[in-house]
Design a protein around this ligand. Structure first.
Ligand code: TPP
Length: 290
């Protein structure tokens, strides 16, 4: 199988593809809920909020080859908010990095798919779960790529709560200092973290101003609009001289009414009855997309 790399179409030319991708996002949400329901534990809200971002990356933006996960010139994706790995695993399985059946063994003792992202699983570039480390790893890969005269790009997805970590801002300064324009950070700005609203736990003020002040190009977009996300990644790829951050406005628990915007759904899994109720809503969404 060839390299999965078909970004260069304009969004207007992609309308039918966008519809397919929207449906894909709903199916991925159903897979995430099923994985978590079977596991009986895990992070529901923060997994559901990043699905559309992952779809824009793995189905359009990234240069990658699921049949050759170690391909030398692949773009790199780092899920810094490693607790949201169910979303990453569901997407990797759908792209063919490993069999989909593996998803149903999430968090089982015998499974490689544990509760946080782990290097060694095909498609996972670095272990994460201890928040705040992904951007530093991205910087290291980016600096090495420059030395190698490689044009790969490095993407790092962080949570808004995660950016309370001091290491994030050390890495932000480093990326700006070295003008790492091959680095693209994405903030999943869902407004919630482990046990409440980010602005009540540690208010970060304006994310746009903070990243601007730290010397980054800043793009703000709707983190659930796949077409806009594709445009944002396209724009980020063309911006030079500084690293770029995409501030993606999202809803924690997106797609399931009784999970959306509820801090208590940070680290719990749906029970069977809740899973079934969620599927009814998601199936209705599939009908709506058409
Ligand atoms: C260094 C570190 N401190 C604390 C935690 C515990 N923790 C896990 S998830 C989380 C909240 C993260 O919030 P956010 O990044 O906004 O994730 P989301 O709400 O999108 O799931 C915290 C504090 C951790 N995993 N690592």
């Amino acid at each position: 199988m060839g390299i999965i790399y078909y970004k260069l179409k304009k969004v207007e030319e992609m309308q039918s593809d966008i519809k397919t991708l929207k449906k894909k996002a709903v199916e991925i949400r159903k897979d995430i809920l099923k994985m978590l329901m079977i596991a009986g534990s895990g992070h529901t809200g923060g997994s559901l909020s990043i699905v559309d971002i992952l779809i824009a990356l793995y189905y359009n933006e990234l240069k990658h080859d699921p049949k050759n996960p170690g391909m030398k010139d692949r773009d790199r994706f780092l899920l810094s908010k490693g607790h949201a790995c169910p979303a990453l695993y569901a997407v990797l399985a759908d792209r063919g990095y490993f069999p989909r059946e593996e998803l149903w063994r999430l968090r089982k003792l015998v499974s490689p798919l544990q509760g946080h992202a782990q290097k060694g699983i095909p498609g996972v570039e670095a272990s994460s779960g201890s928040l705040g480390q992904g951007l530093s790893i991205a910087n290291g890969i980016a600096l090495a790529a420059s030395l190698d005269h490689s044009d790969i790009r490095i993407y790092c997805l962080m949570g808004d709560g995660e950016t309370n970590e001091g290491q994030v801002w050390e890495a932000a300064m480093t990326a700006a200092h070295y003008k790492l324009d091959n680095v693209c950070a994405v903030i999943d700005l869902n407004g919630l973290q482990i046990d409440g609203f980010c602005c009540e736990i540690k208010d970060m003020g304006s994310y746009v101003n903070k990243w601007n002040d730290f010397g980054w190009h800043v793009i703000e977009t709707d983190g659930h609009d796949i077409a806009k996300l594709i445009e944002a990644f396209d724009k980020a790829r063309k911006l030079k001289g500084k690293p770029t951050v995409i501030i993606a406005h999202t809803i924690k628990g997106k797609g399931v009414s009784f999970v959306e915007n509820k801090a208590e759904w940070h680290g719990i899994a749906p029970k069977k009855e809740e899973y079934e109720r969620a599927c009814v809503e998601l199936d209705a969404e599939l009908v709506k997309i058409g």
